[in-house]
Design a protein around this ligand. Structure first.
Ligand SMILES: Nc1ncnc2c1ncn2[C@@H]1O[C@H](COP(=O)(O)OP(=O)(O)O)[C@@H](O)[C@H]1O
Ligand SMILES: [Mg+2]
Length: 288
């Protein structure tokens, strides 16, 4: 069975299975390669459909270390969702190499090594909030007490402890998205894949959820790969920003976000915040 929610022993910064193989450390430190949660090399995805050929992603190189918060930003159609879907093994690459939590993307999916949060929360209206979070655990045959305990803990973590017995349609859009984040964490995955999860929300709600997500990230030490259209959201959340270009979808540049942690509402007022926003904006110029 998977480690329980909140178990720090095998958390993102813990020693993982692959370090036994790659553990060549002589100074007592975990080798960096063992801590890579995503490793992509020359990753390419071409869609061939009815005579039209789209290079959705070309030659992408990316390594995401345990505990990082990496955002993908770029114009519509530049392959952000495609990259996420490759990592999730929802699409197969045309060529290139990909490792997720030290194994193939297919094995990572089977091991439930990631949780996936979509732009729309995709909740079942006839199930309570807690019922929605318990669903993946139910499918995997977890016993009732364990399901209820995990769902309750996760809902408390996303600030919805008092809403467990409500129905999704009784909640605001922001609250529904919190439910889908709780559900994505049901198996305590190392990696969270998030595809524009706050894109449909108003700016005030989005900023509140940005803060909330950083709190969850710090508390759970997850590794997050996050897609966004918003420059300020990318700068606020990320430890690194991957700027992508369209036609063909390529990684244009990777920007380190050296803003101090933990971040708060005041972070958005720092001069460095504005500088980084400008840097991302300038990188995006000419990517259309
Ligand atoms: N299943 C598919 N079949 C054909 N073309 C696709 C498919 N999925 C995505 N594409 C194309 O690949 C490109 C990248 O798409 P996508 O990854 O969704 O971009 P983004 O998420 O950055 O907006 C687009 O041109 C899109 O039309
Ligand atoms: Mg997309």
């Amino acid at each position: 069975m998977e480690p329980v929610v909140g178990d720090a022993g095998t958390g993102a910064r813990g020693v993982n299975e692959s370090s036994a193989v790659e553990g060549v450390s002589t100074d007592g430190m975990t080798p960096v390669s063992a801590a890579d949660v995503i490793r992509a090399h020359a990753l390419t995805k071409i869609f061939d459909a009815a005579g039209s050929r789209t290079v959705a992603l070309e030659d992408a190189d990316l390594a995401v270390r345990a505990g990082e918060f990496v955002s993908l930003i770029g114009p519509s159609g530049c392959g952000k969702t495609t990259l996420l879907r490759l990592v999730a093994d929802l699409e197969a690459p045309t060529s290139g190499e990909l490792e997720v939590t030290g194994r193939s993307a297919a094995d990572a999916r089977l091991a439930r090594a990631y949780g996936y949060v979509f732009q729309s929360p995709v909740l079942y209206d006839w199930r309570t909030v807690q019922g929605n979070v318990m669903l993946p655990l139910e499918i995997m045959g977890f016993d009732r007490a364990e399901r209820r305990r995990r769902a309750f803990d996760l809902l408390a973590m996303v600030g919805l402890g008092d809403f467990a017995n409500r129905y999704p349609w009784q909640l605001s859009g922001g609250m529904q998205q919190r439910v889908s984040i709780a559900r994505a964490l049901a198996f305590d995955p190392k990696l969270l894949l998030m595809d524009e999860p706050f894109g449909a929300l108003d700016e005030i709600t989005r900023e509140a959820l940005n803060l909330e997500l950083l709190r969850i990230w710090a508390a759970t030490r997850k590794t997050i790969l996050f897609v966004t259209h918003s420059i300020s959201e990318a700068v606020f959340l990320s430890t690194r920003i991957v700027v992508m270009t369209a036609r063909p979808g390529k990684i244009e540049r990777v920007i380190d976000v050296d803003l101090p942690q933990p971040r708060g509402a005041e972070t958005r007022e720092y001069p460095r915040f504005f500088e980084l926003e400008r840097e991302v904006r300038e990188s995006l110029r000419g990517t259309h």
